[in-house]
Design a protein around this ligand. Structure first.
Ligand SMILES: [Zn+2]
Length: 327
């Protein structure tokens, strides 16, 4: 028997009653006499802040005076709190939930982000990549690039020689060569749109054969969609938001900020080198052409920061791989 207060749900008048439970039925007696099947009663969840109460189908309610005795009665009648309440009550569960969140978040950040970037890059429609790349090129044209001053005949010769080469795999990416003068040193980029930008500084530094090797390397980056992935990874939130809302301009401005200090991972460089080596060999060209690029450009390393080597970092491993292929 449990003493408590009863409200009829219509007026604020308090009635003193006692509650007894027998079988499946709860009975109130005292100022008010009523019985109700247990399954028709709602019991409010256990909480540190609110008085626990029993609500009848007509919104009348009973509030026990003694909470501990009430809890004991509920246990005795087999009442179960909802899972959430039982979980919240247990600090062990809370701690486990926190640890679980950390366990999911940390690897998610380390491994999930590159995977997500790959997934998004794969899922990204070609039209979005084209727009993003075009936007980037326009922005760079406005800010850092000017029309090329390399002799037009030489530009044509390079473009024609490269166009005459066969791609090493069936799914060759489409590309457009873009010659530009700029104050970004000797450099080359493969934009997500397929625009391969070559700076005059790079072209002037290298023989035609070596320029073809650079182009093959850039085509390798395009083939693996490295820049799209890198941009998405570098700004995964902005990029997914951009994709979802079709805000390509937002992605472009994020990407352009990254572009000039973009550097590819060792894996990406190896993939692009492998593609370039495959392409050179496939067309009966010497791998020396690619080695020359590294040699010539690394000789200039001491100069005012070699842009090509900072965007396409050169490692001993890269050279060793290439020499291995050449044997
Ligand atoms: Zn590269």
């Amino acid at each position: 028997m449990l003493a408590g207060r009863y409200f009829d749900g219509k007026t604020s008048r308090l009635h003193r009653v006692t509650l007894t439970v027998s079988g499946d039925t709860a009975t109130l007696s005292g100022d008010v006499e009523r019985s109700c099947a247990l399954r028709e009663l709602r019991v409010s969840e256990r909480s540190a802040y609110a008085v626990r109460k029993v609500t009848f189908p007509d919104e009348a309610c009973f509030e026990p005076d003694d909470r501990a005795a009430f809890d004991a009665l509920l246990d005795a009648t087999g009442h179960r709190d909802s899972v959430v309440v039982r979980m919240q009550r247990s600090w062990r569960m809370v701690l486990a939930a926190f640890a679980g969140t950390v366990a999911v978040m940390v690897p998610g950040y380390l491994y999930g982000l590159p995977l997500a970037a790959d997934y998004i890059a794969q899922a990204m429609p070609a039209s979005v990549e084209r727009k993003m790349g075009q936007g980037l090129l326009e922005l760079m044209d406005k800010r850092v690039l000017q029309p090329s001053e390399v002799d037009a005949a030489r530009r044509q010769r390079i473009a024609a020689s490269f166009a005459a080469l066969q791609a090493p795999h069936a799914d060759a990416p489409s590309y457009q060569l873009q010659f530009r003068k700029g104050n970004i040193g000797p450099n080359a980029f493969a934009m997500p749109s397929g625009d391969i930008v070559l700076t005059d500084e790079l072209v002037n530094e290298l023989s035609d054969g070596a320029v073809l090797a650079v182009l093959a390397h850039e085509l390798g980056h395009l083939h693996r969609r490295h820049m799209s992935r890198r941009i998405i990874q570098g700004s995964v939130v902005a990029a997914t938001g951009g994709l979802m809302f079709g805000d390509v301009n937002g992605m472009v401005s994020t990407a352009s900020a990254m572009l000039l200090d973009l550097n590819y991972s060792r894996d990406a460089e190896n993939e692009a080198d492998d593609y370039a080596a495959d392409m050179l060999l496939h067309n009966g060209l010497p791998l020396r052409q690619l080695e020359q690029v590294f040699e010539l450009l690394s000789r200039e390393r001491k100069g005012p920061s070699n842009a090509y080597l900072s965007t396409h970092p050169l490692s001993e491993e890269r050279l060793a791989r290439l020499r291995q292929r050449g044997r």
